[in-house]
Design a binder for this molecule. Structure first.
Ligand SMILES: *Cc1c(COP(=O)(O)O)cnc(C)c1O
Length: 454
């Protein structure tokens, strides 16, 4: 670029041209111009503060942000070069194992999120099952995994990628989680495990984990089938220990062998960080661990990815020591209190039914129209976004509850009581607009905010 050209001189020459978007750029541009181009592009993005669709953290304290920017330049996987970062990962795993009541020494892994943690955890279930089958001289070619229709899509992904038969228990209208009676008919000697959810993405409730554990304990005693239970606590792992400490869903239950949790959801860290924690070291299949030697010490790695940043591991350690149990409890109780306030206000509008509001639940409000109207939940989501910029997803539930349409508003840390009141008034406003128009325009009848899988 010629320094004399006006676009250099005035700094915004690109603003009247098309942005680089297909061909590899022939020439570059000054750093300030590239930054401005990208920032102006992203200015059109939705406002994270009004994104009530995502479970993922949208705000961290300035001290955390500083730590994150100071740790962007270190590759997490270089354990030999950065042993302190590796130690910080181990501290986080030990703290989570303690939070989840692991009985003794355990192991685990930092992952990119719950998805990677679930892939690794489920692989370990498959490997351990194969070991048991081979030791007994039995065939090990038809593994199956049992879970409810209320799971995240990652469970189906695992089954397809790693060649395991999914045995999905369908939901029913009015019943959006699963229990032992749903699981029992599907279990056989080829079952590598059962996956249960603590805090579904659909309505924020939990499967009957205690009941499923009791079933598995009974099957072990009666039929000699030792079927492990994995808990997908992507969201709930940082909620239940603080809001419902007396509910046993974790390693307090005998058959719970592994747990995943997303640090970047209620763990209060930016994406991407997740955790996999085993009950005991023996629950991790040895064959999945790669051993490398460094500095005369053996480094054991168990990951799907390799190179990745250190920043979010450090940020997770920051939140654990910054908040501790008392701080997490305080934050969770605030969110719960605002979720209750939001549920009260939405209920008071008279048009909606709140789903499962008195059951143990993530801090969110799941609601649906009480009666048929000229408009539906998808129209409200569209109208709310068009009028006020709130991102509140509408979606249908999985089979066999696919006729149920619901909306879901996450109530996170950044949502104040003032926001709650404004949102409730804006939902009312959106409904009134739709009523005045006699329903939605066909063009508007589209799912603008897709949920609920994130
Ligand atoms: C979010 C979520 C996942 C996927 O987690 P990521 O951290 O986004 O990879 C899996 N299961 C449940 C229940 C979730 O809520």
């Amino acid at each position: 670029m010629n320094a004399q050209q006006p676009h250099d001189l005035y700094g915004t020459g690109f603003s009247a041209r098309e942005v680089p978007s297909a061909a590899f750029p022939v020439e570059g541009m000054p750093a300030y111009a590239a930054r401005y181009l990208i920032e102006s592009d992203l200015a059109l993005e939705g406002d994270p503060a009004r994104n009530l669709a995502t479970f993922v953290t949208t705000w961290m304290e300035p001290e955390a942000q500083t730590l994150i920017s100071e740790n962007l330049h270190r590759n997490f996987i270089d354990h030999a070069e950065y042993p302190r970062t590796a130690e910080i990962e181990q501290r986080c795993i030990r703290m989570l194992a303690d939070l989840f009541h692991a009985p003794g020494e355990t192991t685990g892994a930092r992952t990119q999120g719950s998805s990677e943690a679930i892939m690794l955890g489920a692989l370990s279930l498959k490997w351990k099952w194969r070991e048991r089958r081979k030791a007994a001289g039995l065939p090990a070619d038809r593994p199956n995994l049992i879970f409810g229709g209320d799971v995240h899509v990652v469970w189906d992904k695992f089954c397809r990628y790693f060649d395991v038969e999914p045995r999905t228990v369908p939901l029913r209208p009015e019943k959006y989680t699963i229990g032992p009676e749903d699981v029992e008919p599907h279990i056989d000697e080829n079952t590598i495990g059962v996956a249960a959810v603590l805090g579904t993405t659909f309505t924020g409730h939990r499967d009957d984990i205690g009941g499923i554990n009791d079933l598995l304990v009974r099957l072990k005693a009666e039929r000699g089938l030792d079927v492990p239970l994995h808990i997908d606590a992507a969201s709930g792992g940082f909620v239940w220990p603080f809001l419902y400490p007396d509910t046993a869903w974790d390693f307090r239950l005998e058959q719970v062998r592994s747990i995943n949790v997303s640090g970047h959801k209620f763990g209060m860290v930016y994406p991407g960080i997740g955790w996999l924690v085993f009950r005991e070291t023996a629950d991790l299949a040895d064959d999945l661990v790669f051993e490398e030697n460094y500095l005369g010490k053996t480094d054991r790695t168990f990951t799907l990815n390799f190179s990745t940043g250190s920043a979010m591991v450090v940020a997770q350690y920051f939140t654990l020591i910054r908040y501790g149990r008392a701080g997490y409890e305080f934050v969770m109780r605030n969110m719960q209190s605002n979720a209750e306030a939001l549920a009260d206000r939405i209920e008071a509008l008279g048009r909606f039914e709140i789903i499962g509001r008195h059951d143990e639940q993530l801090p969110l409000v799941a609601f649906k129209l009480r009666e048929e109207q000229d408009y539906d939940e998808f129209d409200i989501a569209w109208q709310l976004s068009a009028e006020r910029g709130w991102m509140v997803p509408a979606y249908t539930l999985p089979p066999d509850a696919q006729d149920v349409k619901i909306m879901r508003a996450l109530v996170k840390r950044t949502m104040t009581l003032e926001h709650v009141e404004t949102l409730a008034a804006d939902i009312d406003g959106a409904c009134r607009t739709l009523e005045a128009k006699g329903g939605a325009h066909p063009r508007e009848r589209q799912q603008v905010v897709t949920g609920p899988g994130h």
